[in-house]
Design a protein around this ligand. Sequence first.
Ligand SMILES: Nc1ncnc2c1ncn2[C@@H]1O[C@H](COP(=O)(O)OP(=O)(O)O)[C@@H](O)[C@H]1O
Ligand SMILES: [Mg+2]
Length: 218
Amino acid sequence: MTERLRLTDAVIRYGDITAVDGVSLTAEAGGMVFITGSNGSGKSTLTKGIAGLLPLSSGSLVRTARMSYVPQYEEADRDFPARAGEIVLTGTQRPGKLFHTRRDREQALSAMEALKIDGLADKEIRTLSGGQLRRVFLARAICGNPELLLLDEPCAGLDAQSHSTLFGILRGLLEGGCAVVMVTHDISDIDGIPEGRIIRMSHGKISHSITHGEHGHE
Ligand SMILES: Nc1ncnc2c1ncn2[C@@H]1O[C@H](COP(=O)(O)OP(=O)(O)O)[C@@H](O)[C@H]1O
Ligand SMILES: [Mg+2]
């Protein structure tokens, strides 16, 4: 299997606080990894480290370049003056690419249709509800056709229908060879995909790792 992510002995600090303390993690093409654990256990810091937004104090990170990251909702800047459709389209951007192509626009539209927000394309994001804005960021993340998708608590605030829509999209991405790393509080999310791994974090370390599904055990 093609590896999309390999994190080895990662340590991430904020000054004197060690938020991630020696975490190793891999994700393969088509593989699903759930990260769970109590508040403050280091889940968001870990995903930011994987996304390249925080430097590792030590350890190593190897991952595919085609990655999308959706931060925890509380960190989103909703006063940014932009329309939903423009935000989604930025997900097709790549370094060195100057213009959006017709195909980019088609991909952005189909991601918005998949998340049932195509009717919101012309709305300013500050006028959207929390659940709508969350779906805008998810559409942005999937329209670039990522090989690695990092989601930090994407389901908080989603209604049941949006939740099942999201899991339908995730199953499609996994079948297409994307690796998905998702922070969740709700362990029953694992029922939404055929197989995956659950990693529990505690005080910056991995305290448990279990495999679920066809080739693993509960
Ligand atoms: N920007 C920051 N500056 C200093 N400490 C931080 C910062 N962000 C998080 N922390 C601390 O790092 C630890 C892990 O936080 P976080 O990764 O957000 O946990 P989780 O996502 O599991 O709730 C906590 O002790 C938190 O207070
Ligand atoms: Mg968090």
